[in-house]
Ligand binder design. Structure first.
Ligand code: RRO
Length: 310
């Protein structure tokens, strides 16, 4: 079995990447990922200036997944750009970078800086942070998304990707697919970010479990797998010629296989990586190999996007 995948000019030994936000805020965390079994790594969503994020506690795990309202804590885009400048792109695994400006202007300034740096990285523009009090997710505003992508395409002259929020209605899949179809610079879409503004309750304490937004936060883990798979499948078939990164509910080789079967080129691991640490990446990779052997598949292209319907 060969898990290798080549896409948008990068080569990966296997399709596993961390989900942006998990284990990727500091150089130390990024280096641990670089030394893990990951096929590539991605940095924490960055803003123009460093941010401390929301008050703690701001992450909690449950039997079925996680809730977070981190609030975009990050070291500022210059820190991650500096990491990318020193990175051994020749010999190391591919590096992706997540950008999540607080405004159109901030996004344009950062994307212009990334363009100027001319590094062999893939940028994932985050349209879907659910945890900034008073700031709606841009991915739920189709006109604003179209404007942002048009403006970014003028200052960033290479293919880039977008991290989308989950959609729940075919009309909305269609509207976002039309926006992305109209932007030739889009090389990939990552589906999905956390399901925004869920509420986890601790029954014993009769309390919320995280402090920001009176307990509301983005949901990840087992809860989100079917929604993630639906978004991957719908965008993969509506956007032929673009790549889809699957993210949501991957904690073994089985869910990784499902995402790829639904059309994902590569996949990202969030909650499971947060809970288990980077060793889970080797485990998931090996489980995917065994599953493919069982099924008689040799490469990812043998089954990618081949989900059967009834
Ligand atoms: O930092 C966060 O609160 C956060 C971000 Br930017 C995001 O895109 N998704 C998420 O679940 N949390």
């Amino acid at each position: 079995v060969d898990l290798a995948v080549a896409w948008l000019g990068i080569q990966m030994d296997n399709p596993l990447i961390n989900a942006s936000g998990v284990m990727c805020r500091t150089v130390e965390e990024l280096e641990a990922l670089r030394h893990s079994a990951a096929g590539a790594l991605i940095t924490k969503s960055c803003t123009l200036e460093p941010r401390k994020g929301n008050p703690e506690p701001r992450y909690a795990s449950t039997a079925l997944g996680s809730i977070n309202s981190m609030g975009l804590p990050n070291a500022g885009y210059r820190y991650y750009l500096d990491y990318a400048r020193r990175y051994d792109h020749e010999h190391g695994k591919p590096l992706l970078m997540s950008v999540s400006g607080m405004s159109l202007e901030d996004n344009l300034e950062m994307m212009a800086a990334f363009d100027e740096a001319a590094l062999p990285v893939l940028v994932e523009l985050n349209l879907s942070c659910p945890n900034l009090p008073g700031k709606p997710q841009i991915g739920y505003d189709f006109e604003a998304s179209a404007r942002l992508l048009a403006e970014v395409s003028k200052v960033y002259r290479r293919p880039f990707g977008v991290k989308l929020p989950p959609y729940f209605d075919p009309v909305h899949f269609g509207e976002m697919a039309d926006v992305l179809d109209g932007c030739p610079s889009i090389g990939f879409v990552t589906c999905i970010n956390s399901i925004g503004n869920g509420l986890v309750i601790d029954l014993e304490r009769e309390s919320v479990v995280i402090r920001p937004k009176d307990g509301l936060g983005g949901i990840g883990g087992d809860y989100v797998l079917p929604t993630a798979l639906a978004n991957v499948r719908e965008f993969a078939r509506r956007l032929p010629g673009r790549h889809v990164i699957g993210c949501g509910g991957i904690r073994s080789g089985r869910e990784a296989f499902m995402h790829i079967l639904a059309g994902a080129t590569v996949v990202q691991v969030g909650t499971c990586l947060y809970e288990e640490g980077p060793a889970c990446l080797a485990r998931i990779r090996d489980e995917l190999v065994y599953l493919m052997q069982d099924k008689g598949y040799r490469t990812l292209t043998d089954f990618r996007g081949r989900l059967r319907t009834l």
